[in-house]
Structure formats: structure tokens, C-alpha cells
Design a protein around this ligand. Structure first.
Ligand SMILES: C[S@@+](CC[C@H](N)C(=O)[O-])C[C@H]1O[C@@H](n2cnc3c(N)ncnc32)[C@H](O)[C@@H]1O
Length: 755
């Protein structure tokens, strides 16, 4: 429930609150505690309509019991217990279906909680939803520029799948001989809903029993007594089970986290966990991969051991061996390639890493952005509610975002959508535009803009004044960009298609530039699971290199003389350090005329100023990271730069800087090039020369001909005049020599013949 509750739409925690929570977490170090906290959040993040329903004739005591039963079902280690719980759950469902509905709302994971919102609820919502504007918003959300309408159901289903590291037996029951073959996520083989529903098969059994044995006047009294006795027995069992669940829940939670309790002691009787031997691993492989429940148990054990290696590690085993086993199991359990599983695992403390991987299995909420060029959020919400769309403002941090919970119409094809009243857009995509804060009348560049979610947002903030150059290197993608620009009625947008690295040569002098860079997409794995397997070390190197080139060109496109701006925002939908902090740090080193400034975003985790032995510029902590498991939005990164006038001094020599800061370079080698100073000119000249050669045009000048061969621009500047002088002298000498010879010849002729 803890993780599920966290992934439920809730207010984005502001940075300080998030940090407080982290501090609390660090001090308590108990998953049990996290669960308790999450429960509180869960209650506060419930939607108004459901709250209304809960207060109508519900039995809170039963609700609590049910909730605990769910927890028990999840964490139970015994197959018998598990079966018992399921059986009993079914019975309870028969007794009261309403109760189940409440439980689901409370657990916050299931769509059923919202499926039967009736007219009255909708009316109540209509009245209350926007009366106090954003103030009642509890939300946080995900990216949907390319939302498939068929996926709506999935997107709306809510977070019901989760790694249940303590429910091995249930898993076994459902997938008896499931083995981890290949890279397919085992999440897919898990039940889509852990929370019991009204359609539970077992719920019917009692009914049929009762029907067989018909009620007559004669047996009525006896039956009634029997039913009373049965109810009393069940109540007793319920109580017993609830207490047991509470106890085991705590135990399991602690053993999952493997962390010490409040006194700093660990559970008594916990034994060391022995890793499988190489032979055992071979056997496992030969048998077609480990079974799901074995992997789950091993992951849980490794997490526990890593929390206190000294105490729980097997004899002679090192931390790295447990980490290796854990990342390998994460890779097979969630379907990642081992390289990426390890790369992402390294970003977080051990138990948080599991939460991150879990969150990637859950779709982020559906969100839309009101196009203020065409309508107001309140009017849009009303229009959509009238069409049967169940929605709510996203959160206080945006006054244009709406989260869609449920819709009886395809949200990407309503008349309002077609009329450009909104954009289907992930909440994370709002962030870089909010950070950039383009002003009316400015000249703005969106360097990598297709399909235009952020471009159209900027145009709206600028109230259709000034100009936004919406560029994208991919011509095909500029079609959807243009379509969106037209649909949303943006009149201040110019669409163009250049490689971003050609800026500012093609045009420059912008007040603000947004570089929403092409990236690996490790922040949007819940939307595109192919990222799990198709990214290699080389991809990250190439992307990081491209991002470094683009960011320098983006910086150079900003005019430091801007009266109102002079800003660049760099963003990615990736969580890796190579694509984020390393790129930002590189830009700071290569362009001494820029500095990082606060993004102005109210929440987000500070960027890494140090990471795995690398030290970046300390100001990198001003950048912001966003995570699915923390903010319930796509993984995202935002950095904001202020561009100032160039100083005469040259940027520090790369090698020195690398030694100083230990910052990462492309492919781990010396940085190949930026687009900068004398060094860059050489590369530019070379590419010009190549382009001219390709066109069959002769190279226009000796400088250009020699650029890119081996000489540097600086040495050419000295060498060429010397060479020219030598030619001149040689010519003079040659001329003088010929002149002398011809004179001698003339003199001889004159003497000999007297002519
Ligand atoms: C993350 S997407 C941009 C999303 C866009 N900002 C939005 O909000 O809708 C990155 C874009 O960069 C474009 N791209 C890739 N390489 C590029 C380059 N060298 N120059 C400019 N754009 C590039 C891709 O075609 C892609 O559309």
C-alpha cells in the first residue's frame, strides 16, 4: 500500500517538504513507517467525489479490517494464509460490495474506485471543483503528447501493479512455474489487480451453497442461528487475521528494507543470506532462468543484506557481490538489460531504487494543458465535465493543468480538443516552460520542438506576441508540430527545420532559448518500455555528446544584451547523470559567460553536484530532478542558465578542468569538441570544406584548404604570410636572375654584332 499510495495522484511535495520527509525516513528507516505516512497522504489525496461516497453509509470498522486484509494478502509468506485470506475476502465481498469499493479508494490503486461515479457525484463535482480555483488541487502527473486513445483505459486504471516482495506464495499460486526467461517484465505476468474486487470468484460460493439448501418455515430458525454462529466465527477470524496481518506487515516491511528498528537493532533471529554459488547460477540458467518467487525473495534478501552488510552478509561475501546479484535480478524481474538496470540502480539508495523500478511499471496519470489563447481553465473544465470527463486541477504549481481521471469520451477527440482548447501533455512537460518563463514581445527559440507541446505553451504565455522559432531537425516531426501550432491558434510561431548545431549561424540573438534535448527517455519508461532493452553504453555516450554540442549552440544563440531575458533552459526526459548534470557542467566549463540560476520551480530534487567520484560545479545543485516514484510524474530534468556578456578570457583548458573537477567527458576520453573559440572554427571550416567538396566546388582559400588537414588556424595565420613572402622573394630572385641573364645576353649580342 505504501508504494501504491505514493504513486497515487497527490500534491507534489515541495522541495523542503520532500527533504523533511527524506530526513524523517533516514531517521526512522522503516518501510512500515513509510507505509503509515503514505496512508495519511492517501487519505488527503482522495478525490472529492469519492470522499462524498465514503461518508454515505459506510462502516469504518469493516473498512479498516478490509484494508488490513489486503495488506495481509500482500505480505503473507504462507500459501495457506494466503488462500484463507482470499477465501474470506470473497465472503466479505458477498456481504457488502460497497465496502470493497471503499477499500479500493482507501488503497488508492484501483480504477473501480472511480468507475461508478454517478450523476450526483458529477454534479457535486461540477459545483465544487473549480470554486476555489487551484487551492483544492491535489495532483501530480505524466506526459502524453502522443496519447493513444485506446490506451486511455490503461492510463486511467491507476497504480494497481506493484512489486510485492513479500507475497511469494500468492505469486506462486498465480504463476505456478513462472520462470524468468529473456527480458520480458515479470510484472506482466502478475495479477493486474492485487486489491480484491467485487467480481472475486470466491464471493459466489456462499450464495450458491445457500441456494441449494432452500429456506423453509421449518429450517428458518435453525438456519438463522447457524448464520449467526457463522458470522460470529468469522468476526473472530477477522480479528485474529487483522492482528496477524498487522504483525506480519511490520515484519515483512522491516525485512524488505532490511533496516534497523528505532532502537537501532535488527530483528532477532534473522540469518545471513547466502548468495547462490556459480554452480547454482549455472543450474538456474540451464533450467531456463530463475523462478519468479525465487527472484523476488532474493531481491528482498539482497536489499536487507545491503542495509547492514556486516550483520547479514554471507561469509566472505562483498557488498559488490550482493549489488551485482540484486541488479541482475532487477534486470530479469523488470525486463531491463543488465547495463541499464545497473545504471539506473546507481542513482538511488538501495530501497529507493526498487521504488523507482516499481514506479516505472505504473502508468502516470493523464493530464491536459489548457490553451489560454482559446479558453480559460474553468470554462474548459466545465465543458469537459459536461461531456462526462472526470477531472481536477493538477496542483497549485500550475494554473493551466488538469488531471483527467476518467472519461466517457476519447480525450484526444473531443470538440474542445479539435478546437484547440487544450493539449494532451504530461505534467513534467510544463516544467521547463515554467522555468523559462517567456515574456510577451520576446524573441524565443525552441531548439528541439516537435511535436510542439512546449512551443504552444510558450506562445500562450507570450499571449501570441513576439516570436517563437520552433525548430526541429526531424522534418517529418515538424508536420505534427505545425498541426499543433495551427490547432492551438498560435500566431507568433515560425516553424523551421535545422540541425540545432547550426544555431546561431542560421539565426541568433534570442531573448530566451529552450533546449528540450533529444535524450534516452529513461524518465518515460512507463510509457515506452522499449527503453529498458534498447539502450547501451554507446547510446548514452553519443547522446551525451550531441547534448553537449547542442547546449553550446543554444547558449550562443541567446543574446546577453536582452533587456528582458538572456536565459536558456536545458531539459531532458531522462534521469541519467551523463545526459543531465554532466552536460550542464560541461557547458559551464566551456562557456564562462553563463551561470546557473534557480529554476523557479517549487519542487524537485536538487541535481547531483557530486556523483560516483565525479565533482561538478557546485551550482549544479540548483538544477532540478523529477522522479516517477517521488512526484508521480515522468522522470525529468530542468536546468536554467543566465547568459552574460562574453569575457575576453579564454575558457579553462579542458584537460585541466577535467582533472580539477573530474567531470565526465564523452566516451570517457578527452572532450572532442565544443563549438567554441578557435578550436571550434577548425571543425566548422572542415565541415564547410567537406560540404563544398561534396558539391564539387573548389575550396576557396588556402586557409580553408588546410583547415582540417593538420594545421591549426593559429599556425596557418603565421605560416601563410611567411609562405607568401618566400614566394615573393623567390619570384623576385627568379625575375632578377632572368633579367640579369637577358641583359647579359643582350650585351653579348650587342658586342658581337654591334646591334
Ligand atoms: C524531447 S523531443 C522534443 C519535444 C518537444 N520539445 C515538445 O515539447 O513537444 C526532442 C526532439 O529533438 C529533435 N532533435 C534530435 N536531434 C536534433 C538536433 N540535432 N537538432 C534539433 N533537433 C533535434 C527530435 O526530432 C525530437 O523531436
Amino acid at each position: 500500500m505504501g508504494r501504491r499510495a505514493k504513486n497515487k495522484q497527490g500534491d507534489p511535495r515541495p522541495l523542503n517538504e520532500f527533504q523533511e520527509k527524506r530526513d524523517r525516513r533516514d531517521s526512522s528507516k522503516k518501510l512500515g513507517k513509510r507505509k503509515a505516512e503514505a496512508t495519511e497522504e492517501d487519505v488527503t489525496s482522495k478525490r472529492p467525489a469519492k470522499k462524498l461516497k465514503e461518508t454515505e453509509g459506510k462502516k469504518p470498522t469493516t473498512k479498516t479490517k478490509e484494508g488490513k486484509k489486503v495488506a495481509f494478502a500482500k505480505i503473507s509468506d504462507s500459501a495457506n494464509k494466503s488462500a484463507l485470506v482470499k477465501d474470506k475476502k470473497g465472503k466479505r465481498k458477498q456481504e457488502s460490495e460497497d465496502e470493497d469499493e471503499d477499500v479500493m479508494v482507501e488503497d488508492g490503486g484501483s480504477s473501480e474506485g472511480w468507475e461508478d461515479v454517478d450523476e450526483d457525484d458529477l454534479k457535486t463535482q461540477r459545483k465544487s471543483l473549480f470554486q476555489d480555483s487551484d487551492d483544492d488541487a491535489d495532483g501530480f502527473v505524466g506526459d502524453l503528447d502522443d496519447l493513444e486513445i485506446e490506451d486511455d483505459d490503461d492510463m486511467l486504471r491507476g497504480p494497481v501493479q506493484e512489486l510485492d516482495l513479500g507475497s511469494d506464495d500468492e505469486e506462486e499460486e498465480l504463476v505456478p512455474a513462472a520462470r524468468l526467461k529473456g527480458k520480458r517484465s515479470k510484472q506482466l505476468e502478475r495479477p493486474s489487480k492485487i486489491i480484491p474486487t467485487g467480481s472475486d470468484d470466491s464471493s459466489d460460493s456462499d450464495a450458491s451453497e445457500d441456494e441449494d439448501d432452500k429456506v423453509t418455515m421449518a429450517n428458518m430458525e435453525a438456519r438463522s442461528r447457524a448464520l449467526d454462529a457463522k458470522a460470529a466465527r468469522e468476526a473472530e477470524l477477522d480479528l485474529e487475521e487483522t492482528q496477524q496481518a498487522a504483525l506480519e506487515g511490520e515484519d515483512d516491511a522491516e525485512s524488505f528494507d532490511g533496516e534497523a528498528d528505532e532502537d537501532g537493532d535488527v530483528e532477532d533471529g534473522t540469518e545471513a543470506f547466502e548468495l547462490p554459488t556459480p554452480e547454482e547460477r549455472e543450474q538456474e540458467k540451464a533450467a531456463g532462468g530463475p523462478q519468479v518467487h525465487i527472484v523476488q525473495r532474493r531481491m528482498r534478501e539482497c536489499v536487507r543484506v545491503l542495509s547492514n552488510l556486516k550483520r547479514y552478509a554471507g561469509t566472505g561475501r562483498s557488498r559488490s557481490e550482493y549489488i551485482q546479484q540484486l541488479t541482475s535480478d532487477i534486470a530479469s524481474y523488470y525486463g531491463y538489460n543488465e547495463f541499464l538496470a545497473e545504471k539506473l540502480f546507481q542513482l538511488f539508495p538501495v530501497s529507493e531504487a526498487i521504488e523507482f523500478f516499481e514506479a516505472n511499471e505504473i502508468p502516470r496519470p493523464v493530464t491536459i494543458r489548457t490553451n489560454t489563447l482559446r479558453t480559460r481553465r474553468r470554462d474548459l473544465a466545465q465543458a469537459l465535465i459536461n461531456r462526462g470527463v472526470n477531472l481536477e486541477p493538477i496542483g497549485k504549481w500550475t494554473n493551466v493543468g488538469l488531471q483527467v481521471f476518467e472519461s466517457s469520451v476519447p480525450i484526444g477527440a473531443t470538440p474542445e480538443y479539435l478546437a484547440g482548447h487544450y493539449m494532451l501533455q504530461a505534467a513534467s512537460s510544463f516544467l521547463p516552460v515554467i522555468a523559462l518563463a517567456p515574456q510577451p514581445g520576446e524573441r524565443v527559440l525552441d531548439m528541439a520542438s516537435a511535436p510542439g507541446g512546449k512551443t504552444t505553451h510558450m506562445a500562450a504565455l507570450m499571449q501570441n506576441t513576439g516570436v517563437v522559432f520552433a525548430n526541429d531537425a526531424n522534418k517529418a516531426r515538424t508536420k505534427s508540430l505545425s498541426a499543433n501550432v495551427h490547432r492551438l491558434g498560435c500566431k507568433n510561431v515560425v516553424v523551421c527545420s535545422y540541425d540545432g548545431r547550426e544555431f546561431p549561424k542560421v539565426m541568433g540573438g534570442f531573448d530566451r532559448v529552450l533546449l528540450d534535448a533529444p535524450c534516452s527517455g529513461t524518465g518515460v519508461i512507463s510509457k515506452d518500455a522499449s527503453v529498458k532493452t534498447n539502450k547501451s553504453d554507446r547510446d548514452f555516450s553519443l547522446l551525451s555528446h550531441l547534448q553537449k554540442q547542442l547546449i553550446l549552440c543554444a547558449i550562443d544563440s541567446v543574446t546577453p544584451d536582452s533587456k528582458t531575458g538572456g536565459y536558456l533552459v536545458y531539459s531532458t526526459c531522462s534521469v541519467t547523470v551523463d545526459e543531465n548534470e554532466a552536460v550542464v557542467d560541461y557547458a559551464l566549463r566551456k562557456r564562462p559567460n553563463v551561470k546557473l540560476v534557480e529554476t523557479g520551480l517549487e519542487f524537485g530534487v536538487p541535481g547531483y553536484a557530486k556523483y560516483r567520484g565525479k565533482t561538478f560545479n557546485p551550482s549544479v545543485s540548483m538544477t532540478r530532478r523529477f522522479y516517477p516514484h517521488v512526484h508521480n510524474m515522468d522522470g525529468f530534468y530542468v536546468a536554467k542558465f543566465k547568459v552574460e556578456k562574453r569575457l575576453k578570457t579564454k575558457p579553462k583548458e579542458e584537460s585541466t578542468v577535467d582533472v580539477d573537477t573530474g567531470a565526465m567527458d564523452v566516451d570517457g576520453e578527452a572532450e572532442p569538441s565544443g563549438f567554441n573559440s578557435d578550436e571550434d572554427r577548425e571543425y566548422i571550416e572542415e565541415s564547410k570544406r567537406k560540404a563544398m567538396k561534396a558539391k564539387g566546388t573548389p575550396c576557396p582559400s588556402p586557409e580553408k584548404a588546410c583547415a582540417g588537414i593538420s594545421c591549426r588556424q593559429g599556425s596557418c595565420m603565421i605560416f601563410l604570410p611567411v609562405l607568401r613572402l618566400m614566394y615573393f622573394l623567390l619570384a623576385l630572385i627568379t625575375f632578377s636572375f632572368y633579367d640579369f641573364i637577358s641583359r647579359v645576353y643582350c650585351f653579348t649580342i650587342h658586342c658581337a654584332y654591334g646591334v
